[in-house]
Design a protein around this ligand. Structure first.
Ligand SMILES: [Zn+2]
Length: 707
């Protein structure tokens, strides 16, 4: 497979927004897999730069600042150090963690923008857009709400209607209002720079075709974007927060740069480049970043969650192609989503496990390894996966403690009790002994292949399998008997068990670096290459050395210690309790507010009501609409005819729940096209305070009039 022999590796992990803390969904999506991969590569002796940083220039930061009556600077200065510190405590081994508010990032982004503009890599388009005369600001994206032209939802945002999932532009909203001042916006002309993705599609398709080895979930999403046809994307905004459009670039087009900033999804990926530059400067070799970004002998890998695929697989590569001086990503191994206790993670509902809270509860010394291991075995690599506290306890107690910890402990205890704490010699190995030597010699290669091919879960399972092999060998060879009956057989068992422990202390290093170090301390095994950015001493042992016995006969061992304490039921129950309490508090606090019952609308006449043609129908088929996360395509039998209706219920109900339902339909709703499909009517649903949808139903013949 594609274990490329590039000279160096540049690995990036998605830049987190500096407007909130990190939770386990983030860790499982992008950060932990990246760290596992990088630590493994460093142990192999590869030249790696591992780059990340805070994403600080987006509209999301500005929105939060406005909502909390703070400045954007205040928001990012709160969260950036917090995120960086918690990543560090969790064991994220970045070579550099930057931030996109840095001067160097602003310069790098502006220069990139300038180069593309000079190479005619953009299109300029002048259009009328909504402007808030009170705030003196154009209303992009979420700065405007209004009535959705598709479904009539009154709180639709300028970029999307959350009720029906339609992608909107602000000028499409009916009765738009500014979310800043509640003012009715006016139309003003403004000019923006667009990335011409439509005309770049053939080049992007050709390039993606060269990567059939990419993960199916990634290629599938890219293909559906290609099938829909890429659309030009505006990469500037008229908002007061972001990297400013350089005045000289605006002047080239006789425009005024005042108030114009670069869109966050243009500047954020450039954050990887500017952070690499800062890392090089910090290392006293300011030009070394170039080799990592511009030399064909570098392999660039982006670790991200699935919500960022379009930006890393299409938008950023198109920018890099246009620029011309940069390499393109070699792989973008995006993960799917992690659920929690069978439900979607939701920060607003309080349904999440926050990293900083976890570290407080489980300790920053021993805690990180437990979570790293449990998450590594649950990564949503090919489909969504579920984290549960019970599963966490099972992994820790049943695998880390009972398999790995037990094997290490019984081996070292035995060596101390019967071999004076020294490694006994191996002589005339039996078949069972040879079998262990074979397992040892195959392990680094097998586990390494899984890492190289972005199958982290498999790598971790294989590593634990080697510890299981050790336990079984110890049981089968019964050193407590052979000690009396065949002392050399006993010595062989302990010799090889100690060698397995030594190799495991290297092979487990990417996953549980703290325990791996403690294990090496017990074995008095020094001179192992670090999996962190630290320099390797000459002659240090690396990944491949784990294939052979490492410890010399006669080597003196350190004292045995407990590698993993088991987690008590109380500890786990306290966590599930905390989760449920907080989720309940959140739903209480929303029901205290006026969120509980929607405000009554103005009175209407009976005549207004009779304009509605409500009919009973039966849903005969339901299926997802590609790319529309919120829509289901329904076929509804109205008795007199079959209708195709697009319903914005996909996040609340599965197709099989909807199929067969008897529903009430607004049958005279003007047809609308969404995602290339006609919708001929609307299915009525009652929405409960927590967002649950309950279909409005009538046990009557299809086609019956509701009045
Ligand atoms: Zn809508």
């Amino acid at each position: 497979m594609s274990t490329s022999d590039a000279e160096r590796l540049l690995v990036t992990a998605a830049l987190p927004y500096a407007n909130g803390p990190i939770h386990i969904g983030h860790l499982a999506g992008a950060y932990l897999p990246a760290d596992l991969f990088v630590r493994y590569q460093r142990l192999k002796g590869e030249d790696v730069a591992f780059i990340c940083g805070s994403d600080e220039m987006g509209v999301a930061i500005l929105m939060r600042a406005i909502r909390e009556d703070r400045t954007p600077e205040d928001i990012i200065d709160t969260y950036h150090p917090q995120i960086r510190e918690n990543f560090e405590r969790f064991g994220m081994s970045f070579d550099y963690y930057g931030r996109t508010s840095s001067d160097l990032h602003q310069e790098t982004t502006q220069e990139f923008f300038r180069v593309l503009d000079e190479q005619e890599g953009f299109k300029l388009k002048t259009e009328e857009q909504l402007y808030d005369p009170e705030a003196e600001m154009f209303l992009a994206d979420r700065f405007v709400t209004g009535t959705c032209p598709v479904c009539g939802f009154e709180e639709a945002y300028g970029d999307q209607c959350e009720q029906c999932g339609s992608s909107l532009s602000p000028t499409e909203l009916e009765q738009p209002r500014s979310t800043l001042t509640d003012a009715a916006p006016e139309l003003r002309e403004t000019t923006h720079w667009y990335l011409p993705l439509e005309e770049m599609q053939p080049d992007l398709e050709e390039w993606i075709d060269t990567h059939p080895e990419w993960k199916n979930n990634v290629l599938g999403q890219i293909q559906s974007w290609f099938n829909d046809g890429l659309k030009d994307r505006a990469i500037t905004r008229d908002v007061p927060w972001g990297v400013p459009v350089p005045p000289d670039v605006a002047e080239r087009h006789d425009l005024d740069a005042e108030g114009k900033v670069i869109y966050v999804w243009f500047d954020a990926p450039i954050g990887y480049i500017s952070a690499t530059k800062e890392w090089a400067m910090q290392d006293g070799a300011p030009t070394k970043w170039k080799a990592y970004w511009q030399d064909e002998d570098t392999r660039l890998v982006h670790f991200i969650g699935k919500d960022n695929i379009v930006f890393h697989c299409l938008m950023f590569p198109s920018m890099l192609m246009q620029h011309g001086d940069y390499i393109l990503p070699d792989n973008v191994p995006a993960n799917e989503f992690l659920n929690l206790e069978g439900e979607k993670l939701s920060t607003s509902r309080g349904w999440a496990v926050w990293l900083h809270e976890y570290l407080e509860d489980f300790g920053a010394d021993r805690g990180p390894d437990l979570l790293r291991y449990a998450l590594a075995t649950t990564l949503p690599e090919t489909k969504d996966a579920d984290f549960s506290w019970e599963g966490f306890q099972n992994r820790v107690n049943g695998e880390l403690a009972d398999v790995l910890g037990n094997f290490v402990n019984r081996t070292l205890t035995f060596a101390h009790r019967y071999f004076d704490g020294e490694v006994p010699p191996l002589k005339d190995p039996s078949d069972a002994d040879e079998h262990v030597l074979d397992a040892l010699s195959a392990a680094p290669e097998d586990i390494g292949q899984a890492y190289d091919n972005y199958r982290m879960r498999e790598a971790v399972f294989e590593t634990m399998a080697l510890a299981r092999t050790g336990n079984k060998y110890f049981n089968d060879t019964e050193p407590w008997h052979t000690r009396e009956t065949d002392p050399q057989a006993c010595a062989n068992t302990i010799h090889l068990s100690l060698q397995l422990c030594a190799s495991l202390s290297i092979l487990f290093e990417p996953v549980i670096p703290d325990a791996a170090q403690r294990l090496r301390d017990m074995l008095r095994l020094a001179d192992v290459r670090s999996s962190t950015p630290a320099d390797a001493p000459d002659g240090a042992l690396g990944w491949g050395d784990a294939a052979e016995p490492i410890l010399e006969a006669g080597h003196t061992l350190g004292a045995p210690d407990i590698l993993f304490e088991k987690l008590e039921d109380d500890t786990i129950e306290a966590q599930t309790e905390k989760l449920r309490e907080r989720a309940a508090q959140r739903s209480d606090s929303t029901s205290d507010s006026d969120m509980d019952y929607a405000n009554l609308k103005d009175n209407i006449d009976f005549d207004d009501f009779t304009k509605l043609d409500l009919r009973v129908g039966t849903v005969t088929a339901a299926e997802p609409v590609p790319d529309a996360d919120k829509l289901l395509r329904l076929e509804v039998d109205l008795g007199f005819e079959e209708r195709q209706i697009l319903a914005g219920v996909a996040e609340q109900m599965a197709p099989e729940e909807v199929e067969g339902l008897q529903v009430v339909v607004v049958a005279n709703m003007a047809p609308k096209e969404m995602f290339g499909l006609q919708s001929e009517g609307m299915v009525l649903m009652a929405e409960e305070a927590d967002g649950t949808f309950v279909p409005v139903s009538a046990d009557a013949a299809n086609g019956s009039v509701v009045r």
